[in-house]
Ligand binder design. Structure first.
Ligand SMILES: [Ca+2]
Ligand SMILES: [Ca+2]
Length: 406
């Protein structure tokens, strides 16, 4: 049907519970390679056919083979497009990509109900695996630019003296390990801060493995001694050094009314729900984790947040849930977990923490937060309208990863 926000003005429906639809797309690959495939799709999370499972699972095939299951994304309205990504190996030439509502062996079938707008196929340029941020384009405080030198990258470099700063805004598609390389012309030393945490001291030619969060990361160099002449920062996605250790929520300790429940799309098919409640509640989820040494760690939470108020005429009112995260019983740090459109739609969010060598506890708690007077609750004033959540997100599992390795 013709739809204004849709690429080409049309989309395709029919990949839904009980259907045997196959959608074939002819593609032409310019060369052999592993291509990034992006399926633009959408389901309304509260639609009758979607409510039970959430994301629509479909079966992606290349020339009728190499089947993989892909879960198409949710939105709070029809036609609010998002994308599901996969990798497909293609040889040079013509191919048919298929999205099917039944698996090849007939044992598995699509559930829910999705619209598909388009498929994008792209082949990554290996040279783009590394992103270069020129120091002379960084945000400088006190540090000065110098365009007099030849044989530098870009038009110049910067000189960073004691307590002067150069700040870079570096993009990362996902949470994970990156290698940060500083290309310098020698000089002094500087501190390296990532997202407000001091990781290490750096000097000429330093390479640091650092954990970056999906989205925009703030990377700051602050002069420590001497005058560091910085040409550029290089950022490359790597793996194998900052290794995550995963802990399943269903194997952790629950207290109060917090409980393990079945979530088919959670790892292990289980997650922990009902953490939080009324003020003063004791419904918590506590992980026992081990750290190899004292230091800063990234705690990545795989979570779902289904909390959503009934829509008004213009606003679907998704609610963020919050968790009070306490390490080793210390005063908690509050983290906010955006609406994920469904209890069985799990996303990842990373919170930095400080751990000590050996055994540590990481505890999740929640409650309805008070109004600005610090005392009254919005649920007392409007008991029939959900305006503030009293729960932490549903937690599938957490990963503990060192934040950096110099
Ligand atoms: Ca430069
Ligand atoms: Ca789990």
């Amino acid at each position: 049907m013709p739809l204004s926000p849709t690429s080409g003005g049309h989309d395709v429906g029919g990949l839904r519970t009980g259907s045997d639809v196959t959608l074939d797309v002819k593609v032409s690959a310019p060369q052999d390679g592993t291509y990034d495939l992006s399926v633009f799709a959408n389901s309304m999370n509260t639609a009758d056919a979607v409510k039970e499972q959430g994301p629509t699972n479909v079966f992606l095939r290349v020339d009728g083979k190499a089947e993989q299951e892909v879960h198409l994304p949710l939105g709070y309205r029809w036609l609010v497009w998002d994308h599901a990504d996969a990798k497909v190996a293609l040889t040079k030439g013509e191919h048919v990509l298929t999205l099917a509502a039944k698996s090849l062996d007939g044992t598995r079938a699509t559930k829910s109900d999705a619209l598909v707008d388009k498929i994008d196929l792209s082949l990554a340029n290996p040279a783009a695996a590394e992103t270069i941020y020129e120091a002379e384009y960084a945000t400088l405080k006190g540090a000065s630019t110098d365009y007099s030198r030849k044989k530098v990258s870009g038009p110049g470099h910067v000189t960073i003296g004691k307590d002067q700063t150069a700040t870079f805004w570096a993009y990362s598609p996902d949470d994970g390990e990156f290698t940060l390389t500083l290309d310098t012309l020698g000089g002094g030393r500087a501190w390296l801060d990532v997202n407000g945490r001091r990781l290490t001291g750096v000097s000429a030619g330093t390479t640091v493995k650092a954990f970056l969060s999906g989205g925009i990361n703030k990377i700051t160099l602050t002069g420590q001694s001497g005058r560091l002449r910085l040409d550029r920062l290089r950022v490359r996605n790597t793996d194998g050094t900052l290794k995550p250790t995963w802990y399943e929520a269903e194997a952790a300790r629950v207290a109060g009314t917090a409980k393990v429940a079945a979530y088919p799309l959670a790892d292990g098919g289980k997650a922990v729900t009902d953490v939080g409640g009324a003020p003063g509640n004791a419904s918590t989820l506590t992980f026992d984790v081990t750290a190899p040494r004292n230091g800063a760690y990234a705690v990545t939470v795989r979570y779902a947040n289904p909390e959503q108020s009934p829509a008004s005429h213009y606003n679907p009112d998704p609610l963020a849930r919050h968790a009070e995260i306490s390490v080793n019983g210390a005063p908690p740090r509050r983290a906010w977990f955006p609406h994920s459109f469904h209890a069985d739609n799990f996303w990842e969010l990373t919170v930095p923490v400080q751990l000590k060598k050996g055994a540590n506890t990481i505890a999740f708690a929640s409650r309805e937060l008070p109004n600005f007077d610090g005392d009254s609750s919005i649920s007392d004033t409007f008991p029939d309208i959900l305006l503030r959540s009293k729960y932490a997100p549903i937690v599938d599992k957490i990963a503990v990863t060192p934040l950096a390795k110099p």
